[in-house]
Design a protein around this ligand. Structure first.
Ligand code: 5GP
Length: 188
């Protein structure tokens, strides 16, 4: 029996939101619940300080990523700010029909690809309350240079236009409230 009794009754949950929306913090909170598991994406970007191979991402060279594309190993993949990111399909197949909720935290381009293949999934879009907060969060992370921050901010503004395609849109002003709201949607 599938535990999730959200409106769509699916155990696949897609969370998107611009860099700086607080999506990662939200997913970290949600996955404290043992009923929720998160997909580990592949990426060609370099690890940030503290990021662990196989936990935060599987970090691969572009050649290796392109080989995985050819082998149809991804349910979706997209280029984001010059780097490739992709969700492996294997773990999604493994959790089908299981009792766990499975989270994908992916960008809008990737989510649109998943929507075509898995319209049954639950789609949640996270937003920062306003542009100032978004920029502040991007800067505060101190992991990227100014050019990258500005690039991510521009992409964020574009991504926000796609929120209308999602089942739910959550404004992440206070982390606890946003997490509670999503837990309510997922009824966990
Ligand atoms: P970051 O470099 O900040 O970890 O991630 C940049 C963007 O790529 C974020 O919006 C993140 O959600 C997205 N992302 C992470 N993994 C994947 C993935 O597997 N596929 C896609 N399409 N986007 C991803």
């Amino acid at each position: 029996m599938i535990v999730s009794v959200n409106k769509k009754n699916s155990n696949l949950v897609i969370i998107s939101g611009p860099s700086g929306s607080g999506k990662t913090s939200i997913c970290n909170e949600l996955t404290k619940n043992p009923k929720i598991k998160q997909s580990v994406s592949y990426t060609t970007r370099s690890p940030r300080d503290g990021e662990r191979e196989g936990v935060d991402y599987c970090f691969v060279e572009r050649d290796a990523f392109e080989k995985l594309i050819k082998e149809n190993k991804f349910i979706e993949y997209a280029e984001y700010c010059g780097h490739l990111y992709g969700t492996p399909i294997g773990p999604i197949r493994e959790v089908t029909g299981s009792e766990k909720l499975f989270l994908l935290a992916i960008d809008v381009k990737g989510a649109m690809q998943v929507m075509k293949k898995r319209p049954d999934a639950v789609y949640v879009f996270i937003m920062a309350p306003d542009d100032e907060t978004l920029k502040f969060r991007l800067k505060n992370r101190l992991t990227e240079d100014d050019d990258t921050i500005n690039q991510r901010f521009m992409v964020a503004k574009e991504e926000m236009k796609s929120s209308k395609h999602y089942d739910y849109c959550i404004i992440n002003d206070r982390l606890d409230d946003a997490v509670e709201e999503i837990e309510g949607i997922l009824r966990i």
